[in-house]
Design a protein around this ligand. Structure first.
Ligand code: SF4
Length: 311
């Protein structure tokens, strides 16, 4: 693999052609969400530090962005919580200074914005996509399983502050899990919080890949539609069963993209075909050859077999 910290570009449901930057090792997070597509949190921590070398990230960015690729966003995301990297503000500032033509997105669990410093570090982003899956403590604990000291009230007040100070867009993601956060009382609490936070968009998501806990139910599109209606006109459903657009990826380099994707999240052959723009038959052949050198887990779900590289 030529790049250790850059990932893709992939065709993202929300962000178009998106180059990922992965700033923490798999799987470093201050939450351990039941639905996490990256797997169980193995480094369960609230500690911020330079998990990956900033120098290395700068050098990869210089090499990749120096070729002037066409991208809709450069996205801080990956196999953990990117805000735990202590130099994320420095990295976003570097991109904005050296490559101002690119827009930056931050996919975050939103748990750290009660700290002024965290809001300042995210200030250079063009959009922030934080999560809020629960407001009551029992449901928050069941879904997000936080590190000690992370409280829903604090997250919400942090997001309200972020909205007041941040100039870019805020797209609030809510992951709906039937039986956990779809009760009238929890949805009512979430709606009240949405009104206070005032995000630009409310994006409803549902289980699309294997989570970390068996037996989770995927919210039906009927349920998602009725919740979207209840949350109001800014709501949209992002849990699409299928992505229709094909990425204009570098077809000669698809193996690198497929490998990088399978290290981070379980995917079907169809998913891999969509993000790479390469025929499913070619992906299948590549997976057969890949299995000779790395261990690949397969999980059967309604949407098909999900493959993931086991590290
Ligand atoms: S979904 Fe996000 S916040 Fe939750 S455990 Fe996974 S990486 Fe962490």
């Amino acid at each position: 693999m030529r790049f250790k910290h850059l990932f893709g570009p992939v065709k993202s449901r929300r962000l178009g052609i998106s180059l990922g930057i992965d700033l923490v090792p798999h799987k470093t997070c201050n939450l351990n969400c039941v639905y996490c597509e990256c797997g169980k949190t193995t480094n369960f921590t609230g500690c911020r530090k330079e998990y990956v070398s900033v120098k290395e990230v700068f050098s990869e960015l210089d090499e990749y962005l120096g070729q002037h690729p066409v991208l809709d966003y450069i996205t801080f995301s990956g196999a953990g919580e990117p805000m735990l990297h202590s130099k994320i503000g420095k990295i976003s500032g570097y991109i904005k200074k050296k490559f101002p033509e690119y827009k930056l997105a931050l996919i975050t669990n939103g748990t750290l914005f009660s700290y002024r410093r965290m809001r300042q570090e995210a200030a250079k982003m063009d959009i922030i996509l934080p999560s809020l899956d629960a407001v009551s403590m029992p449901v928050f604990k069941k879904i997000n399983r936080p590190c000690p000291g992370i409280l829903p009230d604090k997250i919400i007040s942090g997001l309200i502050r972020l909205r007041q100070e941040f100039k870019g867009g805020i797209w609030l993601e809510i992951f709906i899990i039937p039986g956990l956060n779809d009760t009238p009382s929890e949805l009512g609490l979430i709606k009240n919080s949405i009104l206070k936070i005032n995000p630009d968009k409310i994006q409803l998501n549902a289980l699309d890949r294997p989570g970390t806990v068996r037996g989770l139910i995927k919210a039906s599109s009927y349920k998602l539609k009725s919740i979207a209606k209840y949350f109001g006109e800014k709501s949209e459903i992002i849990a699409a069963p299928e992505i229709k657009l094909r990425a204009k990826a570098d077809r000669n380099n698809f193996e690198k993209l497929v490998f990088g994707t399978l290290c981070r999240r379980p995917s079907t052959i169809r998913d891999l075909s969509v993000i790479s723009g390469v025929e499913e038959v070619k992906i299948k052949k590549y997976l057969i050859s890949l299995r000779k050198t790395v261990k690949i887990d397969v999980t059967r779900m309604k949407r098909g077999n999900f493959y993931k590289i086991v590290k």
